[in-house]
Design a protein around this ligand. Structure first.
Ligand SMILES: Cc1cc2nc3c(=O)[nH]c(=O)nc-3n(C[C@H](O)[C@H](O)[C@H](O)COP(=O)(O)OP(=O)(O)OC[C@H]3O[C@@H](n4cnc5c(N)ncnc54)[C@H](O)[C@@H]3O)c2cc1C
Length: 404
């Protein structure tokens, strides 16, 4: 099987890249491969699928804002629900975040600063601090933020790709890369590149160019062939609480925004129409940068999340977990911003650092433009983006401070 491009990984990133590449190069043979049975069944399916344009880094704001523009066009097709986002700060966090907040274009990006009275108008929350939990001092409400169906988004890109003549191979687990030359003894002047990739059944797939969009699995796939991808996996867990209507979270009837609490990186995705709260947190030291036990651990909920929830929302005490799951972020830890880099005929796209759903449209457009040899990409909102900014060699991005 001979292709111009083989894209390994049909998550939201690989599917978006495949779509924009095929759209630009309709005559090229492009194959999208995944070990799962359908697009988006990896960490895309595990995500909380929240989107926000609220980032401290200008680059991340560009990637997210332009992607959101495209998602709003897709609307109900991807289950877009613009519930908003309420990021809460303690007094100390608020002081320390002023530099990042000043960089935001409040009006254009539809951010609103809320004081305690403004927050109390939305949430029934405990504002007081009690060691070790900080007070609630201020909030930023993001109007252009919300939630969507990440699976529907990945499937949208994959099905558009197929409708343009793109080819897919699911249930295909790429186990090895065969390089030209003898890996242990090749001479430095030889042209070493990937000749073919082989799946679990021993089938070989040939292409002129290979694109690795394997998210959290990228390091394990590329390290054996001598590539330091800069992308490392870290386990992340989500827990669903079944609440009842009396557990009133919000002041007025209607939808509640996604909430980021000022302690422990705990966040809440409320689905009040189904009486469900999805909660997560971002532990750091102690959670290894590697593929670890993929099972969610209820002790983590009880030790790290529940106390925070119960402090800020005492009315939630006593509710049981109805569901729990775990996945992996694919971190580019130095700046928490995506990576698109190439060596020989291999390009890898990843490092989405916990916000790949909300940036997938921009990342796909940028990767596809780079694969065609362009220097710039055009994003959904018309912004131009210099592709090399996301490379490892010529990287030019700001460090992201607002990561959960
Ligand atoms: C708990 C959790 C919550 C999150 N919440 C959010 C959120 O609210 N908003 C947001 O924007 N992001 C969120 N994310 C991050 C988001 O899920 C990722 O950034 C995004 O899914 C990355 O997409 P991807 O396509 O790179 O990875 P994936 O979706 O994991 O796709 C990679 C694909 O590669 C395939 N693959 C891997 N190795 C091979 C191989 N050898 N052969 C064949 N196929 C292979 C896998 O099967 C997989 O389908 C969250 C992540 C987690 C874990």
């Amino acid at each position: 099987m001979n292709f111009d491009y083989i894209i390994i990984g049909a998550g939201v990133i690989g599917s978006s890249t495949a779509y924009y590449l095929k759209k630009a190069l309709p005559e090229k043979r492009i194959l999208l491969i995944d070990r799962n049975r359908t697009a988006g069944a990896g960490n895309t399916a595990k995500s909380a699928a929240l989107y926000r344009n609220f980032f401290s880094s200008r680059t991340n704001r560009m990637l997210a804002a332009s992607s959101i523009r495209y998602y709003i066009e897709l609307g109900g097709k991807i289950g877009l629900d613009p519930i908003g986002y309420l990021w809460l700060f303690s007094e100390e966090q608020w002081k320390n975040s002023q530099k990042s907040i000043r960089q935001l274009d409040m009006k254009k990006d539809e951010f609103e600063v809320l004081d305690r009275a403004g927050i109390a108008n939305i949430l029934r929350i405990n504002f007081q601090s009690k060691n070790p939990f900080a007070d609630v001092h201020a909030g930023i409400y993001c109007h252009l933020c919300g939630s969507l169906s990440a699976m529907a988004l990945a499937r949208h890109y994959a099905s558009e790709f197929v409708s343009l003549g793109g080819e897919v191979s699911f249930d295909t687990d790429i186990r090895s890369f065969i390089l030209t030359g003898q890996i242990s003894s090749y001479a430095p002047w030889e042209d070493v590149h990937i000749d073919t990739v082989m799946d679990q059944k021993g089938n070989s797939y040939y292409a002129a160019n290979y694109v690795i969009a394997t998210g959290a699995w990228t390091h394990d796939l590329l390290a054996p062939v001598g590539i330091a991808s800069g992308i490392l996996p870290k386990k992340r867990q989500l827990f669903a609480l079944k609440i009842d209507e009396h557990a009133q979270l919000i002041e007025h009837p209607g939808k509640a925004p996604a909430i980021i609490l000022p302690a422990g990186g705990v966040y809440i995705k409320p689905i009040l129409e189904r009486n469900i709260l999805i909660v997560g947190s971002a532990d750091d030291l102690g959670q290894p940068f590697m593929m670890s036990d993929p099972e969610p651990d209820p002790r983590y909920f009880h030790n790290a999340i529940e106390p925070v929830l119960n402090h800020y929302f005492p009315q939630l005490a006593g509710y049981n977990l109805s569901l729990k799951w775990a996945g992996y972020y694919d971190y580019h830890w130095p700046d928490m911003t995506p990576v698109i880099e190439s060596v020989a005929n291999i390009t890898w796209i990843g490092g989405t650092s916990g916000s790949g759903i909300m940036k997938a449209d921009a990342i796909g457009r940028i990767a596809a433009a780079g694969l065609q040899g362009h220097k710039e990409a055009f994003l959904a909102d018309g912004a131009r983006f210099e592709i090399s900014k996301l490379s490892l060699r010529d990287r030019d991005v700001e460090k992201e401070e607002l990561i959960i």
